[in-house]
Design a protein around this ligand. Sequence first.
Ligand SMILES: CC(C)(COP(=O)(O)OP(=O)(O)OC[C@H]1O[C@@H](n2cnc3c(N)ncnc32)[C@H](O)[C@@H]1OP(=O)(O)O)[C@@H](O)C(=O)NCCC(=O)NCCS
Length: 160
Amino acid sequence: MLRPTAPDDTEALIELTADTGFFKPIELEALREVLDDYHAANRDLGHRSFVWEEGGRILGYVYHAPAPMTDRTWYVYWIAVSKDQQGRGLGRQILEFVEQDVRDQNGRLLLIETSSTAHYNPTRRFYLKNGYVLAANIPDFYSDGDGLIVFSKRLIPAAG
Ligand SMILES: CC(C)(COP(=O)(O)OP(=O)(O)OC[C@H]1O[C@@H](n2cnc3c(N)ncnc32)[C@H](O)[C@@H]1OP(=O)(O)O)[C@@H](O)C(=O)NCCC(=O)NCCS
């Protein structure tokens, strides 16, 4: 089940993320920094992270946080499910949890960034299946041929 991410989870989360085959070495380094900063300070500044654990094994996790300088916009910065556990609904349940967690904090809009490459087709399909809409597409953002796709979901109706 879902529980708050603990400092002792870092190695398991990096291994899980690496094993998905979806992240570059520089992104795995960034994940370690993000988790270290989370436990050092960012958790107290409102960042959120949770792991899905079954039988003592971490099967998935998520990291979400407020988008700076916005009125209650949030980002899902990291979400991943173990390669051998994908496709059985964990990702959907983790996203549903995040959406309610953000709503509980009066969050308004949730954004998720991903890649435009073919490798991420299943991932983009996952976000579309879960009601996210394409909000932006910046070709060649990460590198030539690897664009930035931004998905969004309103969590509360627009004012007025
Ligand atoms: C994207 C991800 C978090 C989705 O979690 P999940 O538990 O596999 O997803 P669910 O089981 O809840 O939903 C299944 C849907 O997700 C999509 N999907 C994405 N990757 C999939 C996979 N490897 N296996 C099966 N379905 C997958 C499909 O659209 C599927 O629906 P469909 O079979 O009806 O087409 C997970 O597959 C993952 O960790 N992928 C690699 C890392 C990644 O891309 N993270 C996000 C970076 S922005």
